[in-house]
Design a binder for this molecule. Structure first.
Ligand SMILES: Cc1ncc(COP(=O)(O)O)c(C=O)c1O
Length: 298
């Protein structure tokens, strides 16, 4: 399947893509990114992703508007050129190349990199049966250190947590914050169900405001499911009636076990199944040719 990489408008196969070793994205992880995917060949929730990309850049003071190319236009070109049945995209904007010190003076313009590849498929068994998570010792970056709300490409915190989870035989780590409250996964947000209420940590706990998280909260509320964003602890997850993860590439993914112990009966519960249905309906509605994307209500 033809993957394609676009670097500042130069579009070709991954082998021919090149970026300066003095790019701050490479040197410091001084860049921001988004992961998007298509359903039925159409980008899902593109506006929300591009808005968050711009917000992340602004929070780091990366001058997004000085980018040498129009990000949205280049996304369209890259997808068209890759011609994949379903594409996963990584869209990255770095501060650009410059002197090797921290001072951003003389740095730039920003580099724009767009990587289109075949969308990885989530095995049906994972959705039907759930995946295993582990609460790891690596804690989520403090908001005062590197705010997890910024989707930066400085992903060592996430990677170290992921590596610990894999050592423990789990698919996804669950990170706590410095107050030992549940924050999120390495590349996902976390939801629990307790007494028929859908619970998820609030943004103040230090986590990415996931686009899928926002959509799930909206779908649940419109579907008459009571939701609450509240501080939660490890034992709330271990003792939950149901749990699931959300992300652009994972969609809605039930959790079967936490730290080796089953969540309730160890299979997706009724609220998780209902959310999966609502999510699927939304994808169908949005990918129907000609349908205008519905915005997510907060
Ligand atoms: C740390 C983290 N939290 C949550 C998410 C889920 O976000 P979204 O639903 O916007 O993909 C991601 C996605 O990659 C992530 O990296």
């Amino acid at each position: 399947m033809p993957a394609r990489i676009n670097v500042n408008g130069a579009l070709g196969p991954p082998e021919s893509a090149a970026i300066s070793p003095l790019d701050r994205g490479f040197l410091f992880g001084d860049s921001v990114y988004e992961t998007l995917r298509t359903y039925g060949g159409r980008l899902f929730l593109q506006r929300e992703h591009l808005d968050r990309l711009r917000r992340s850049a602004e929070q780091l003071g990366i001058p997004y508007d000085n980018a040498p190319v129009d990000v949205e236009r280049e996304i369209g070109r890259t997808i068209a050129e890759a011609a994949l049945p379903e594409a996963a995209l990584r869209v990255l904007v770095s501060r650009g190349p410059g002197p090797i010190g921290y001072d951003p003076e003389g740095c730039g313009p920003p580099s724009v990199v767009i990587y289109a590849r075949p969308c990885p498929e989530i095995p049906g068994a994972w959705v039907r049966e759930g995946v295993d998570v582990a609460i790891v010792r690596v804690t989520r970056n403090a908001r005062s250190a590197l705010d997890p709300a910024i989707k930066s490409s400085n992903l060592l915190n996430n990677f170290l947590a992921w590596r610990e989870a894999r050592r423990l035989g789990a698919y996804e780590p669950i990170l706590l914050n410095e107050r030992e409250h549940l924050a999120e996964g390495a590349s996902s947000n976390l939801f629990l169900v307790r007494s028929n209420r859908l619970l998820t940590p609030p943004l103040e706990e230090g986590l990415l405001e996931g686009i899928t998280r926002g959509l799930v909260l909206d779908l649940a509320r419109r579907g008459g499911i009571e939701t609450s964003e509240e501080a939660l602890r490890a034992d709330d997850l271990r003792g939950a009636d149901e749990a699931f993860l959300t992300s652009t590439l994972k969609g809605v993914l039930p959790v079967r076990r936490c730290d080796g112990w089953p969540i309730q009966h160890g299979r997706p519960g009724p609220i998780t199944l209902r959310i999966l249905d609502l999510f699927e309906e939304r994808i169908q509605a949005e990918t129907k040719a000609g349908s205008a994307p519905d915005s997510i209500r907060k």
